[in-house]
Design a binder for this molecule. Structure first.
Ligand code: SF4
Ligand code: SF4
Length: 141
């Protein structure tokens, strides 16, 4: 569960049928990586089991810990429903919920997946950089 995870608008959430997907993780927004050091920190996250990093539909980055809430019972019900935290109360109130749609545009579970994402981005940017360089170097007149 997270206060900051953004979700896309859907119909109202069928919590009874869901299996309590939102009670099985914690996610927190992190700064978008800009430097090699930033990426190296994310690499460190991903070296840990049950930790992943994702980019949501708005391009925001999150670190996610796959861990089940202690108050979730075996039938998928909240043991402290009446006293559950505000973050649980707000979740799904606006009819937005990961039951219907993944919040991930990109998701990384290992450092290798992050490396592949960076390599793909570099390949995508390379032609643009080259064409700018070529234009600059071209003779004028
Ligand atoms: S709010 Fe959504 S994810 Fe959470 S239990 Fe209900 S349907 Fe499932
Ligand atoms: S407190 Fe209840 S609603 Fe909140 S995450 Fe835990 S089981 Fe789910």
């Amino acid at each position: 569960m997270t206060a900051v995870r953004k979700k896309r608008k859907m119909s109202s959430p069928p919590c009874e049928a869901c299996g309590a997907a939102c009670c099985r993780y914690v996610a927190m927004e992190i700064d978008r990586p800009r430097s090699n050091k930033d990426y190296d920190t994310i690499r460190w996250y991903l070296l840990h089991e049950n930790v992943s990093v994702f980019i949501d539909h708005d391009g925001d980055w999150f670190v996610e810990f796959k861990t089940v809430c202690r108050e979730l019972d075996d039938s998928g019900r909240c043991r402290i429903y009446g006293e559950r935290p505000w973050i649980c109360r707000e979740h799904g109130n606006d009819n937005l919920c990961e039951y219907f749609d993944t919040p991930h545009v990109h998701s990384f579970s290992t450092p290798e997946e992050l490396d592949a994402y960076r390599a793909a981005r570099r390949r995508k940017k390379a032609p643009a950089r080259m064409s700018r360089t070529t234009r600059k170097a071209a003779p004028s007149g």
